[in-house]
Design a protein around this ligand. Structure first.
Ligand SMILES: *Cc1c(COP(=O)(O)O)cnc(C)c1O
Length: 342
């Protein structure tokens, strides 16, 4: 048998997870209605559940977290307003410039420190004075986890207080907030409660095929609903998708711990090969800063053994998720030993 005929394990991202048998059954059995008329009971349940989980009044289901972030930003900012966002944040760099392209909202990107924070003095200086030359700074956007790292809680408190004291609203891109909550042993709402709006992605480590939510105060979510329609995100019998989300929140949150443990083990495997420059595991991610390794030969070698790496973030980010088991980590160990000849 050729090695590539064997099982493939994909470390590119936790977006590659496939709905499990249990999740598919929940989807097949979902009670549905027209969600645009608010008549889909399963979607309504997921929205209420997520709002409660993240400590907010109301929730709204979206096809993607990209659209949830965009609708959130557009619900806070009008045409010609601006939002402060991390220079390497997903909502700035990886969402097609949606706020600018579709919302006529100017981003004010600021550097992210390695732990994902944006310097508070930098935020203060970026908030524009009330002067007709300037756009009106309306919103501060943060991201948690950031490159797998949970945002420091003290920082979140200080940054949201700063924003509030200057009249800015706050939005959290919380695509992987459940990883943060599980990793640091907090309720998700403790990490999100200080923000006015929060987006959550269901199709990362939570394992749903599609979907995201935006949560916040009723009034804000109402505005986001109008925007979602404009963006083409008003979908009908979404209960089949929402059922996957409910299943994910009920079954796949605590198990994220296993992904984090496997990422730790993966980092330990890489530590035996210092030329790979592996950092410590950050929730479900491990980053490599290789020195003197032919990385395309390395990924090709791994790929021949059914180990898939690479993707949009280069060959340097490895992500564990619910379709990666202990055996997969052992396969990586064996492949590394073989590749480096020790
Ligand atoms: C994946 C991701 C998103 C976007 O999610 P999609 O559902 O793929 O659009 C937004 N923010 C962060 C931090 C992400 O990792």
């Amino acid at each position: 048998m050729n090695a590539t005929d064997g099982p493939r394990v994909d470390f590119r991202s936790d977006t590659v997870t496939k709905p499990s048998a249990g999740m598919r059954k929940a989807m097949a059995d979902a009670e549905v209605g027209d969600a645009v008329y608010d008549e889909d009971p399963t979607t309504n349940r997921l929205e209420a559940m997520t709002a409660e989980l993240l400590g907010k009044e109301a929730g709204l289901f979206f096809p993607s977290a990209t659209q949830a972030n965009l609708a959130g930003i557009m619900a806070h900012c009008g045409r010609g307003d601006e939002f402060i966002v991390g220079q390497t944040a997903h909502a700035y760099r990886d969402e097609g410039g949606g706020a600018a392209v579709l919302g006529s909202i100017q981003p004010q990107p600021l550097p992210n420190e390695p732990d994902g924070i944006i310097d508070l003095d930098a935020i203060t200086s970026a908030i524009k004075p009330d002067d007709f030359h300037n756009p009106i700074t309306r919103l501060l956007t943060l991201e948690n986890t950031f490159n797998g790292r949970p945002l420091p809680e003290d920082y979140v408190k200080e940054a949201t207080e700063l924003a509030r004291s200057r009249g800015l609203a706050t939005h959290l891109d919380a695509a992987r907030i459940m990883n943060a909550a599980v990793a640091i042993g907090r309720e998700a709402s403790e990490l999100t409660g200080r923000f006015d709006s929060i987006s959550l992605c269901l199709s990362k480590g939570l394992g749903a095929p599609v979907g995201a939510l935006l949560v916040g105060a009723k009034e804000l979510v109402g505005r986001a609903k109008r925007i979602r329609k404009t963006l083409g995100g008003g979908m009908r019998q979404t209960g089949v998708l929402a059922a996957a989300g409910i299943y994910a929140l009920e079954n796949n949150v605590q198990r994220l711990r296993e992904d984090h443990d496997r990422a730790t083990r993966l980092a330990e495997v890489f530590a035996d090969f210092p030329e790979l420059g592996a950092g410590e595991a950050r929730t479900n991610m491990v980053f490599l800063s290789p020195d003197g390794v032919d990385m395309s030969a390395f990924s090709e070698f791994l790929s021949e053994r059914g180990i898939i790496t690479g993707g949009a973030h280069g060959k340097l980010r490895w992500v564990t998720h619910l379709d990666i088991d202990d055996e997969a980590i052992e396969n990586v160990r064996r492949a590394c030993k073989e590749f480096f000849g020790r």
